[in-house]
Design a protein around this ligand. Structure first.
Ligand code: PMP
Length: 354
């Protein structure tokens, strides 16, 4: 068949979500929560549906009530919040809002692939800036790339996916204050570390903090993400947001999740305990290098990444293989699961490493 796709997109490699046809006993490849939404939230949602979900009506396009809840959760005004169908959609909205054809976008590498993919789809040009030793952010490199390319958008990811390290507040300030464009700090994994760049918003009108309900809040399947920025900037961003982009069921689920933050907090604490257990135990296994992580996953380096990944799959454990990424030779990323999954992963790794 004739290729109808835009010429500049013919070579685009779309996001690889892995093989969903096989059933894995332990799915540790996508940094999701190991637990389904709490019973309490399920019951409240069911009650809401049974008493009339109004699903024949369009959802609230502005997510008015949810933005109020998010405002309280993040200690900002609702006017500072824009909600999307996953933070993926917010990344696309940001690129659409700020990047014209041919404009440059700075992305760290290795990092989350969607910054680059959405930039290509928009006709922008991504410039990948390698992280420094031990994956630390190198502000000098980023600032000189900004001076050279005059980008419209700079993406920073903290904790960074897939390396798990964070960027420091003073580094974000150094980049944002010297730059006449938009800086996005993606805090998809922010709940698993201390601190947030939200406190910089007052002094940085060009800063956008990106967050999601998919990780610590456990709603990956319901697709809720959001960004926080200055109210004026939020207005600009909202202009390009598709109407009704967040369905009404997901809006309700997100609100109810924020009404049950005690459970969320308990779950985050358990993930942090499990992360420490996984880190300390994996470190003891000869042949494995483990990188410290402030997220709900760990990056490990093994002698043969692809072979290890396949052997894990044979044992019903799915992790993410980064072996072919030039910066991540023989690296695998494993999501912190529940205790049982983590123990099985450790047992499998001990066996594989011989
Ligand atoms: N940012 C980062 C760093 C991620 O790792 C992910 C998901 N893997 C996302 C954004 C997108 O998440 P979602 O669309 O589910 O909010």
């Amino acid at each position: 068949m004739k290729n109808y796709l835009r010429n500049d997109l013919i070579d685009l490699v779309p996001y690889d979500e892995g093989d969903r046809t096989r059933i894995y006993k332990y799915k540790l490849d996508a940094n999701e929560s190991p637990w389904d939404i709490p019973e309490r939230v399920k019951k409240a949602l069911a009650k809401e549906i049974m008493s009339g979900g109004n699903f024949n009506r369009y959802p609230d396009s502005n997510c008015t009530l949810l933005r109020k809840y998010i405002g309280q959760y993040c200690n900002v005004f609702p006017e500072q919040v824009v909600v999307g169908s996953g933070s993926d959609e917010i990344i696309q909205i940001l690129v659409t809002a700020f990047v014209n054809k041919g404009d440059y976008v700075i992305c760290p590498t290795p990092s989350f692939g969607m910054y680059r993919i959405f930039t290509s789809i928009s006709g922008g040009k991504s410039v990948e800036i390698p992280l420094a030793k031990n994956f630390q952010y190198d502000t000098e490199n980023i600032n000189s790339a900004i001076n050279k390319h005059k980008p419209k958008l700079v993406f920073l990811c903290s904790p960074n996916n897939p390396t798990g390290n964070v960027i420091e507040v003073n580094q974000v300030l150094e980049i944002t204050k010297n730059f006449d464009g938009i800086v996005v700090v993606d805090e998809a994994y922010g709940e698993f570390t201390q601190g947030t760049m939200i406190s910089l918003l007052d002094e940085c009108p060009n800063l956008v903090v990106l967050k999601t309900f998919s990780k610590a809040l456990g709603l990956a399947g319901l697709r809720i993400g959001y960004c926080i920025c200055a109210p004026e900037l939020a207005k600009q961003i909202s202009k390009v947001k598709p109407p009704y982009n967040v369905n009404s069921f997901s809006q309700k689920a997100a609100i109810m999740t924020l009404e049950n933050q005690d459970i969320v907090k308990e779950r985050i604490s358990e993930i942090l305990r499990q992360r420490e257990f996984l880190y300390q135990t994996l470190k003891q296994i000869p042949g494995i290098d483990v990188y410290p992580s402030e997220a709900n996953f760990l990056l490990i380096r093994v002698p043969n990444g692809t072979m290890t990944w396949k052997k894990l799959m044979d044992k019903g454990i799915l992790v993410r293989n980064f072996s072919h990424n030039p910066h991540l030779e023989n690296c695998l990323r494993v999501t912190v699961g529940d205790q049982m999954a983590n123990q099985c992963f450790i047992d499998a790794m001990k066996e594989i490493m011989g």
